[in-house]
Design a protein around this ligand. Structure first.
Ligand code: SAH
Length: 347
């Protein structure tokens, strides 16, 4: 099947005019529906015969919401998206004063093997296409009843965006296209475990997104224990690539630092982190690990988290605690999907 949401307006126009003997304005009409996430049956200004022909070969809506869980505390919503082949991924919508931020997935599963993360427990199933990443945004926009409901996007759901480089870059072009939903790249954050050469490639592609490096430990040997990607690209290589990204784009780097009890939360770690980031335009986001029952790892206590932030402050490192939202519905990354697949999601 051909996913129409994979295409920009000019690709769609070429495809539709070549395959369905229509005029370009028809492609434009279809594109308008795709942006609104409307399926073929709802494309009321197209002849019925054309809709039937399209249905045979194409998919209009690439991601469907099959579960929604809403936090009673702050309205944060967790979604389960299903694709045409039955695979599912999670997304989270966080509502802030300045807008609505949607966290989307870039792969079904993940092959990076981080020891604390639920998304990687069963490895990588497959990459998502550009249209399937975009489709998550379009589906949530449709729940809000407006094309611009989602104002910010973070690529922090399941998957490693830079392990699906071409599709993610295509997604960035589609989501920021002026004829589409036109979300500025400045409102998009891409989070990576540190695939250094791809960070450099992204910098060269001149896509000024916000880059987040999931660092979690400044010590190379210790980081290897929790993040196997460190065996391929060292802490230094990843951070140097981030410096390059900053030079190219002028965008400040965000360092994600998840505190794991007794593993990365000492003064020595803060000291090493400070020296690693010296002279770099970076901000550290600190968060306590969300326990995932399969991993056996524990988050740092409230007291030690505050201490760690104080260490960073004294060392002159710009750092804040990342606000946790949707505490009552959380289930750390990937857990709603796991429960759904195990048939224990209560529905
Ligand atoms: N692969 C990308 C993006 C997906 S993970 C990356 O590594 O950045 C999004 C963020 O959640 C990453 O910073 C990841 O390290 C973090 N994370 C994963 N599992 C977690 C858990 N159990 N508790 C807290 N943060 C977690």
């Amino acid at each position: 099947m051909i996913l129409l949401q994979d295409m920009d307006l000019s690709e769609l126009t070429d495809f539709i005019t070549a395959n369905f003997q229509t005029k370009p304005y028809v492609a434009k009409q279809i594109f308008g529906w795709l942006v609104k996430n409307v399926d073929f049956d709802g494309m009321t200004n197209l002849p019925k015969s054309l809709r039937e022909q399209l249905k045979e070969r194409c998919v209009a809506v690439s991601a469907r919401i099959v579960r929604t869980v809403t936090s009673a505390l702050d309205g944060t919503q967790k979604f389960l998206f299903e694709f045409h082949d039955g695979n599912v991924v999670e997304g989270v919508l966080m509502k802030y004063k300045y807008g609505n931020t949607l966290c989307v997935s870039t792969q079904v599963g993940c092959r990076m093997g981080c020891k604390f993360c639920a998304s990687t427990l069963n490895g990588l199933v497959r990459n998502l296409s550009a249209g399937e990443i975009l489709g998550q945004v379009l589906a949530v926009n449709a729940t809000g009843g407006e094309e611009r409901f989602v104002t910010n996007v973070v690529l922090m759901g399941s998957g490693e965006p830079l392990d699906n480089f071409d599709n993610v870059v295509k997604f960035l072009r589609l989501v920021s296209a002026s004829e589409g939903i036109n979300i500025s790249l400045r409102n998009i954050s891409l989070s990576t475990c540190g695939i250094a050469p791809s960070i450099r490639k992204l910098a060269d592609a001149e896509l000024p997104v916000n880059l987040t490096l999931s660092l979690h430990n400044p010590d190379n040997e210790q980081r290897k224990q929790i993040m196997p990607v460190t065996n391929a690209y060292s802490v230094t290589e990843a951070v140097e690539a981030c410096r390059y990204f900053f030079e190219k784009t002028g965008r400040r780097i965000i360092i994600e630092y998840t505190l794991i009890d007794g593993q990365n939360d000492s003064y020595a770690h803060a000291l090493k982190l400070a020296s690693l980031l010296r002279g770099m335009s970076a901000h550290v986001n600190v968060i306590a690990l969300n326990p995932v029952k399969e991993t056996g790892l524990k988050g740092t206590s409230e007291r030690n988290l505050k201490l760690f932030l104080q260490y960073l402050d004294k060392l002159g490192v710009s750092a804040t605690r990342r606000r946790t939202m949707g505490r009552d519905i959380e289930g750390a990354c990937g857990q709603l999907r796991r429960r759904y697949l195990e048939g224990n999601d209560g529905n």
